[in-house]
Design a protein around this ligand. Structure first.
Ligand code: SAH
Ligand code: SF4
Ligand code: F3S
Length: 444
């Protein structure tokens, strides 16, 4: 029996790639196990967005360099970035495969099984997207669907265009067919995925763009919630807001990474929009009757970022009042245009800026979340906190809402099977910076 173990680092695209890899391997007779010790094949699906992320996989490989009789494989963004150098750094690795070569993964494994030795899949020269009917999803209610792979934006700091190759959209019909299949299997929430979903164009009919696909996906019978990540502000058109306005099933939450509040820094980052252009999009979103929540990504300490540039980012946070912010210290990445700009901002200064920004955002989030006290929100129930006995749900704005249910007449309590996957109305009674708490307003 061929047993495999896989550990996944990085973004949602990587998580979903792993689901597809797992499905592909299971189809070939492999069985997933949950510790590397039990496995014949140990795979790491890696991320190289920041240096720290990249270091993790080399730590892992170092930990098990003496393991005998196993095949080690590195997949994903570090695989693509470092290529065959990985074989030198970690000689026990026998398989290195970038995401653009996953359609060949099965063949590469056969090559190793039959011939011993090593195999690499590192070509980025492809128009294909990685699709398989065998995707193995763990979450029974919420499913990812890839709509576009790769990235052509070349932001100055970013490795993704080098690790995931050029932009390629999946066929419109194929996306919608997967949405219908998932609905048929009982999924009620889908999340459309891509590094830049709004660059989507149907390869068979380039007139068909992201807004249309989002609307068509939102009208899939049985689907109650549609999310999408990530949007690049440059290509974020008004038509997307119109689709959100018209379709209750499109969640009222948008992730719109800004990276910096300073137009000067945005230009140095090659983001292709100014602060004002970004703010115009925020105004469209804020003007929507759907009460759209906003989240973003921010990098502090990009080369040349002055204290004044940083203050502009802080002011932007105040102006937009994001519901969630993912913030990072700038990390120099190999081969990127920004690599040549050096890395002048000292580590301690980056840490100070990050801490100040996070403190400010914590207060903003507390304020935003407190504004929801007293409202009734629909949640999708997806967990149970054993220690507090509270159910864990998510609102359409993607806030975590922990809640209790009204006592039953006979004193019994609802079971997990009854509760998970249900949509319930919950009154918000308390708010913290990262979550809400409340009570279900109907008997369950
Ligand atoms: N395609 C998405 C981003 C994917 S990477 C987009 O354009 O929004 C996720 C986030 O990681 C980025 O938004 C950015 O904030 C951060 N990031 C990317 N490269 C980085 C680097 N070199 N150093 C620090 N953060 C980085
Ligand atoms: Fe990276 Fe920019 Fe592409 Fe996002 S849009 S993946 S930040 S190059
Ligand atoms: Fe990381 Fe690659 Fe995603 S670098 S963030 S896993 S696209």
């Amino acid at each position: 029996m061929k047993r495999f173990y896989i550990e996944t680092f990085g973004c949602q695209m990587n998580v979903h790639d792993s689901e597809k890899v797992i499905g592909t391997l299971e189809q070939k007779g492999y069985v997933q196990v949950h510790s590397p010790e039990q496995a014949d094949l140990v795979l790491y699906n890696t991320c190289s967005i920041r240096d720290k992320a990249e270091q993790k996989v080399f730590q892992r490989l170092n930990e098990n360099r003496r393991a005998k009789g196993k095949v080690f494989g590195v997949l994903g963004c570090v695989a693509q970035q470092e290529g065959e150098k990985i074989f030198e750094k970690a000689p026990h690795v026998r398989l290195v495969v970038g995401s653009a070569s996953y359609p060949r993964l099965g063949d590469l494994l056969v090559q190793i099984e039959q011939g011993g030795g090593r195999a690499a899949g590192l070509s980025l020269d492809t128009d294909a997207t990685f699709e398989t009917p065998a995707t193995r999803r763990d979450n029974p209610y919420r499913a990812y669907i890839t709509i576009i792979e790769g990235c052509d934006k070349h932001c100055a700091y970013c490795v993704v265009p080098f690790t995931r190759g050029r932009e390629r959209s999946r066929r419109w019909e194929s996306v919608l067919e997967e949405a219908r299949t998932l609905a048929g299997m009982g999924y009620t929430e889908i999340q459309l995925l891509g590094q830049n979903v709004n660059s989507y164009r149907d390869p068979e009919n380039p007139e068909r763009t992201f807004a249309g696909l989002l609307e068509a996906a939102a009208q899939t019978p049985g689907i109650r919630r549609v999310r999408f990540t990530t949007s690049h502000p440059r290509d974020f058109g008004r038509d997307i807001v119109d689709v959100i306005d018209r379709n209750e099933t499109v969640c009222n939450m948008v992730h719109l990474p800004v990276q910096s509040g300073s137009t000067r820094v945005l230009a140095a980052m090659q983001r292709q929009y100014t602060r004002d252009e970004y703010m115009r999009r925020v105004e469209w979103l804020k003007g929507s009757p759907r009460n759209i929540a906003l989240s973003t990504d921010i990098i502090v300490g990009f080369p040349g970022e002055t204290e004044e540039d940083f203050r502009e980012t802080l002011r932007l946070l105040e102006e937009v009042e994001y519901d969630q912010v993912f913030s990072f210290k700038y990390s120099v990445r190999p081969n990127t245009p920004a690599q040549k700009m050096g890395d002048h901002i000292p580590e301690e200064e980056k840490s100070r800026r990050l801490a100040e920004l996070q403190e400010k955002q914590r207060n903003i989030q507390l304020r935003r979340n407190s504004g929801q006290i007293g409202t009734v929100q629909e949640v999708l129930v997806e967990g149970l906190n054993r220690s507090t006995g509270q159910w864990i749900g998510r609102t359409t704005q993607n806030r975590v809402l922990n809640f209790v249910t009204p006592p039953r007449a006979g004193g019994s309590v609802p079971g997990r099977e009854e509760m998970f996957g249900r949509y319930l109305p919950v009154r918000v009674t308390r708010a913290g910076p990262n979550s809400l708490a409340g009570e279900c307003v109907i008997a369950v």
